[in-house]
Design a protein around this ligand. Structure first.
Ligand code: AMP
Length: 216
């Protein structure tokens, strides 16, 4: 099964994608994570996108399509994948469709995770993750069981994303409304769109997503 999780920054795409990887064995493709690794490694793409990401703007469609085409061709995606943060524009969605069609594959379900704008700034600015294994946490909603120690690997160093500052989150939200929201009718017309209430607790959102996937 190939899925897309669609929603604004902070709606919980990453948290739910991680669960889908564990429960269904899907490859988790987070374009934000791929780009952050590219920036950290100082690669050609990383150097190109660093400033754009720091501002909270969208990276060009060409770069994104090239990156995702390469990733989707890797063996772990053969059993199905969950896209987190891609596509974000109509050009990306059309490019993805063409790419999958050429390979005899398709998107089975697109799940929109709905969250009020007001809640997003608080959600995003409270996020942090383990510096060693990348496990995600939140100051209010998802604290490690023991303060200062990662539940997953026992690491004691944590990091916060540069673009999770309140000012940058507003730019990212504006990009979502202007460029990504128009994808909702695109996928609705194809009959693959389902929506879940992202304001609900994490486990409830997971159950709603499972229910939406059973209908796929
Ligand atoms: P995310 O972790 O999904 O919030 O992505 C972090 C940042 O990476 C975004 O604010 C964009 O600058 C960039 N980015 C991630 N995915 C895409 C995409 N599909 N198209 C354009 N830019 C992206």
């Amino acid at each position: 099964m190939n899925l897309i999780l669609l929603g604004p920054p902070g709606c919980g795409k990453g948290t739910q994608a991680e669960t889908l990887r564990e429960s269904r064995g899907l490859a988790w493709l987070s374009t934000g994570d791929m780009l952050r690794s590219a920036v950290a490694s100082g690669s050609r793409i990383g150097r190109k996108v660093k400033a754009v990401m720091e501002r909270g703007d969208l990276v060009s469609d060409d770069v994104m399509l090239e990156m995702i085409a390469e990733r989707i061709g890797e063996p772990d995606c053969g059993q199905g994948f969950v896209l987190d943060g891609f596509p974000r524009t109509t050009v990306q969605a059309e490019g993805l469709d063409r790419m999958l069609e050429a390979a005899g594959r398709r998107i089975d379900r697109v799940v929109e995770i709905r969250v009020d704008d007001d809640a997003l700034v608080e959600r995003v600015s409270g996020r942090f993750s383990c510096a060693a294994c990348g496990a995600g946490y939140h100051d209010r909603f998802r604290r490690p069981k023991k303060d200062g120690v990662c539940d997953n690997c026992g690491g004691t160093e944590f990091t916060r994303r540069d673009d999770d500052r309140a000012e940058t989150v507003k730019t990212r939200l504006a990009a979502y409304h202007e460029r990504t929201e128009p994808l909702l009718p695109y996928f609705r017309e194809r009959g693959v769109l389902a929506a879940v209430d992202g304001m609900a607790p994490i486990d409830e959102v997971r159950r709603e997503i499972d229910a939406a996937l059973r209908k796929a």
